[in-house]
Write a protein that binds this ligand. Sequence first.
Ligand SMILES: Nc1ncnc2c1ncn2[C@@H]1O[C@H](COP(=O)(O)OP(=O)(O)O)[C@@H](O)[C@H]1O
Ligand SMILES: [Mg+2]
Length: 238
Amino acid sequence: MTIQIKAQHLSMRYKERVLFHIPQLSIGPNDAIYLKGDNGVGKTTLLKILSGLIKPTTGEVFAPDDSWLKRFFNRAGRKDVIYLHQSPYLFDGTVYQNVVYGIRYEKESPKDKRAQVITALRMVGLETLADEHISVLSGGEKQRVAMARAWILKPSILLMDEPSASLDQESIERLVVMAKDLLSRGSSIVVTSHQKNALTELCRKQWWIKDTTLIESPLLQVITDAKQENNYASSNAN
Ligand SMILES: Nc1ncnc2c1ncn2[C@@H]1O[C@H](COP(=O)(O)OP(=O)(O)O)[C@@H](O)[C@H]1O
Ligand SMILES: [Mg+2]
């Protein structure tokens, strides 16, 4: 399982317009990063580059377990770095089918897969809707289905693009439950958002795209007893 990715001299240019040039960045192990920046600065573009969905103009993203063979055959994305789209694409089928899709080729028994899907749906509060067609769900519920589908793949790094935009409180809280679970397993998350919310509150670092570069800074947190209890892996990571 990849727990860290690094990039050097990452830049993106559309025609003569330079979006950003980032000399160096790394994610993980067990990072929680709030990526902020004005509209159009390149947050979505950066997340897509990090997940391997698009190629940067210069630079490359490295994961420690990338063999040349894997890189050669896997240009279109990384399995353990997942990009969660702002308006996720869900296919024509039931809630259950959409979530199980990610693990359809895994070797586990159908019974084990079913158990995983039900666990995921329970975490996002949708277990009673498992057999409903995706079209009857609200926007917030769809976003939760997409999160459950990502969670079930146990990504090392989950990149969440504006996950809270236009979400109800219940849905945001459900996403927080899943994000916390991933963090407690040693995974990393990156969250982009216009404003602070319960998801960005989980973050310990801030990335700010400004003047075509990336500024990293720690995020100070007020540690309450409740938060300490939920404190995620890093203290026992090694
Ligand atoms: N395929 C593309 N061709 C040309 N320009 C693009 C393309 N994709 C994105 N852009 C431009 O790059 C800029 C950054 O986009 P984006 O990464 O979506 O910003 P953000 O997520 O920070 O709002 C925008 O001005 C957008 O119009
Ligand atoms: Mg965006």
